[in-house]
Design a binder for this molecule. Structure first.
Ligand SMILES: Nc1ncnc2c1ncn2[C@@H]1O[C@H](COP(=O)(O)OP(=O)(O)OP(=O)(O)O)[C@@H](O)[C@H]1O
Ligand SMILES: O=P(O)(O)OC[C@H]1O[C@H](OP(=O)(O)OP(=O)(O)O)[C@H](O)[C@@H]1O
Length: 234
């Protein structure tokens, strides 16, 4: 890649949307490898700033909630982003192209229920309705609809594991990695809906209007992934 030239009035920096939290930590070594090190205050919690320059004068980073990364990229507010496949599956935005799996943020999205209930998904074939707590209403509806079951959703934004014990729902649909959060709350995984890793995502229009710059960034991420993948796990 040729040395990046500074952005000018007529040539605005590309915006890369990153999720705060665990993915930001995991992706930092990849950003460094890709020559996109954000300014120091991007990684700390003390700054109230949300937009940061990087070591590449043509690329600025914005730090947003993980679900909002997809929305910023789909609407064109950001040209590129990094987010979990769970978020992409939930929104299914046609404006987003997800060309690169970074292999970080590995987990799965699963259905879980209290340990003391019969735990075979076969039992569900008897049901026409189920109440499920989740922050993934679309994924949950689709999953149960494919089995002929109408899912009544209790839409939460965290602590889904509390829902069955407090009578909000029979099931939850949530992310599982080690399974320790489920176990600590008397739940067990019944079925995996999908495996999840984090992807580099691109706004399709931006890819058409600024193809060389975006392809160059994708190439640097690809190269960075090859060299640092074994270290870059959440
Ligand atoms: N336990 C986990 N193990 C590995 N990856 C995870 C785990 N939980 C979440 N992820 C991945 O990290 C992404 C961000 O999750 P994180 O928990 O950091 O944010 P969040 O709490 O969902 O976001 P916010 O605080 O913005 O609502 C998820 O979309 C998923 O792809
Ligand atoms: O299987 P485990 O290794 O226990 O990981 C699963 C937990 O991780 C995520 O929560 P997170 O830690 O991000 O907290 P929050 O979403 O409730 O804020 C997810 O929502 C589960 O609660």
């Amino acid at each position: 890649m040729t040395a990046p030239q500074p952005a000018t009035k007529d040539h605005q920096p590309l915006i890369l949307a990153l999720p705060k939290g665990r993915i930001l930590k995991a992706v930092t070594p990849l950003l460094e490898q890709a020559g996109l090190t954000p300014s120091d205050d991007c990684l700390g919690d003390s700054s109230r700033k949300l937009r940061f320059p990087t070591s590449n004068p043509n690329i600025d980073v914005v730090r947003v909630r993980s679900f909002d990364v997809a929305t910023f990229v789909a609407t064109g507010g950001a040209h590129i982003g990094i987010c979990g496949a769970d978020v992409l599956m939930e929104f299914d935005y046609p404006a987003i192209y997800a060309p690169l799996d970074l292999g970080i943020g590995k987990c799965r999205i699963s259905v879980a229920q209290p340990e003391n209930l019969p735990h075979s998904a076969d039992e569900w074939s008897q049901w026409s309705e189920v109440r499920a707590a989740t922050k993934y209403p679309a994924i949950t509806r689709r999953y149960f609809a494919a089995r002929g079951i109408n899912a009544n959703i209790v839409h939460l934004h965290g602590a889904m594991e509390l829902a069955p014990m407090l009578g909000l729902s029979r099931l939850i649909v949530d992310l599982v990695d080690t399974g320790s959060t489920l176990r600590a709350n008397g739940l067990r995984e019944v079925e995996t809906i999908a495996s999840v890793t984090s992807r580099v995502i691109v706004n399709r229009t931006a890819l058409k209007t600024r193809p060389e710059e975006i392809t160059a960034i994708l190439d640097t991420f690809r190269a960075a992934c090859k060299t640092s993948l074994p270290l870059a796990t959440v």
